[in-house]
Ligand binder design. Structure first.
Ligand code: ZN
Length: 411
């Protein structure tokens, strides 16, 4: 029988000691019998996902690392991950950006970066601008797809483009839409920045007086009269997991970014509907497809959301819900050749409401794993474990060696 891996990433779950939790971290404070059980039977450690301690990881770079790719070598911007995640095909040479439908006045001052967040006609608005051309670059195709709420993905397709350009999104209200600038001296970056600036004018022209926006204003909503852009990127030039290790892998995530990173390294997307109160459906879906894939990447975002919102109690509850999912999965796979790896992409401090550079815990449990003295899954307990300190991109080769998918070096 072939062994399988469940790689479960709890986004931003790691934290720092918190006074109102008696100096414990939310993970130490939460009641997590199943995660603790995993630590007891597994091998534990801490890691810096990017391999550069102290540097604050983003979610995209951290996940690229967790899938085995050093982001310092392979990262090429966030935009392509988002576009892939919403179902667009991003080809080699394309530049993909994240977009917001936003509200500007006639001087391009941003009145609302998200056009009030409520954009139920997002699909139709995207169709208004999809396929538009700018006279500066008639050979460049513009592909636009609505994602959720105010969000959309934009792809530029044509010769001589570069993702080394700055955002038009000012990332603040009451500021002007920014002029995109080339971030290096290349002709490609200059050309792409010019296209993006011309497109920004075009978006406003096409959207400002559109009947859809008239309807929005009639019902009291802000007009979605521009798209502001950020995070230009290209698909990373990586050898996918199936070619590297000969495995079939699947992603179970309700969030476009993580689906996008996973699909960019060759994972297949398994559709799952979002649920906040219970994550056992993620385990059930993976179990249903157990024989079809060698590796399941299961992603939970709510730990990070609670942290960014500064909600300590909510974070503890989400962690306990994750524990319930582990408890749902473990008994069902313990008689099979299955490895469960639980880890975190980065520390998100619920006090700072942001990512910080602290290391994250990791555990791997499964057949013949050299268990250690760690008895609970937490930031501090795992630091005493047998994996010691590793880098995020060490995890995948370690898991693949358990599956006997890594070659011998030497003879
Ligand atoms: Zn994250």
């Amino acid at each position: 029988m072939c062994a399988h891996v469940f790689l479960i990433v709890c986004d931003g779950m790691a934290d720092r000691p918190i006074e109102e939790l008696d100096g414990k971290t939310p993970l130490e404070f939460a009641n997590t019998p199943w995660l603790d059980k995993l630590s007891e039977i597994g091998i534990n450690g801490i890691m810096h996902t990017l391999g550069t301690p102290g540097i604050v990881p983003g979610s995209d770079t951290a996940h690229l690392a967790l899938f085995g790719y050093d982001p310092h070598v392979y990262y090429s911007g966030r935009g392509a991950f988002e576009a892939t995640g919403v179902g667009l095909e991003v080809k080699e040479g394309d530049v993909a950006l994240r977009g917001n439908f936003a509200t500007v006045d006639e001087d391009f001052n941003v009145l609302d970066r998200r056009a009030g967040r409520y954009v139920p006609e997002g699909d139709q608005l995207a169709e208004v601008v999809n396929g538009c051309k700018v006279s500066e670059a008639p050979d460049v195709e513009v592909i636009i797809k609505h994602a959720t709420q105010h969000r959309c993905a934009v792809i530029l397709r044509g010769p001589g483009l570069s993702f080394k350009i700055s955002d038009t999104d000012p990332h603040a209200t009451n500021e002007k839409v920014k002029t995109s600038k080339p971030l290096d001296d290349s002709a490609e970056a200059k050309k792409t920045a010019n296209i993006v600036n011309a497109l920004t004018q075009k978006f406003h022209e096409l959207l400002k007086d559109h009947s859809l926006n008239k309807q929005r204003q009639e019902r009291g909503d802000l007009p979605a009269n521009i798209i502001i852009l950020r995070g230009a990127g290209q698909v990373p030039d990586v050898k996918p997991l199936d070619q590297l290790y000969g495995i079939k892998s699947a992603v179970l995530s309700t969030n476009a970014l993580y689906r996008g990173v996973a699909q960019s390294v060759g994972m297949e997307y398994i559709p799952v509907n979002e649920r906040k109160d219970d994550y056992t459906f993620l385990a059930d879906k993976a179990l249903e497809l157990f024989e079809q894939y060698d590796l399941f990447f299961i992603h939970v975002k709510d730990t990070d959301n609670a942290s960014h919102d500064g909600k300590v109690e909510e974070k503890v509850k989400v962690i306990e819900r994750i524990d319930k999912m582990i408890g749902h999965l473990m008994p069902k796979v313990e008689n099979n050749e299955a490895y469960i790896c639980v880890t975190v992409d980065h520390t998100t401090s619920v006090k700072a409401k942001d990512h910080v550079g602290d290391d994250v815990p990791v555990v791997i449990a499964g057949p013949e794993v050299r268990s250690d003295s760690v008895r609970s899954f937490s930031e501090r307990a795992c630091a005493m474990g047998g994996l010691n300190r590793i880098r995020g991109f060490d995890i995948m080769p370690i898991l693949m060696s358990f599956l006997k998918k890594t070659p011998m070096f030497g003879s």
